[in-house]
Design a protein around this ligand. Sequence first.
Ligand SMILES: [Zn+2]
Length: 223
Amino acid sequence: MCADAGTHEIAPRSGVAFTLDKGDRLTVIDPRGEQVADLLAFNRHDLDEVISSGRTLDYASRIYLTTGDPLYSNRSNVLLRIVEDTVGRHDFLLTPCSADTFRIIYGDADPHRGCFGNLAHALAPYGVAADRIPVAFNCFMNVPVDGATGTFTVEPPLSRAGDHITFEAERDLVIGLTACSALQSNNGSFKPIHYRIERGRPGEPIEGARESVADRNALPPGA
Ligand SMILES: [Zn+2]
């Protein structure tokens, strides 16, 4: 569904999956404000490689990431880089909300499948099994941490209507993206998320895309 030319809408409490080529830019937009979007990225040519919260936060020595920060994979390759960010507060600690989240934290008897279920459903046609889903990069999610005790809380996002974060793909990727389904993460209401894809690295010839294929061919299958 297109919100306007080139901008796609993810309905409240749902998710999508799509591919990016190396050099493409993905902009995730919060159209109304205070809405989280969970983002996953897998190496399109080898789904065993996926974004890693642990490696990324370790190498950044920070838990809050913003413009210029890379998102590393479990193999320590950069899959995405944040190239623009109008909010500056996102979360990379907490797993996607799920039926179990709603059962355990909210006490729901008949829980929604959450971002986890939405991601699993959207990514299945790309060959991603549910058990491969790691901690997502939670765009706009606001999780302040008490530095002394480590206690954290989930607070309303700092994003306002029209705020966005832009990522550049450094590999060919499969992306999963949601409009988050958890009341607490979204200040009590479920809203849509918009996203936009710009193809190709600005100012660079198409050859850039071939490099990743060459890289890929240099690796043994399953490496
Ligand atoms: Zn969620």
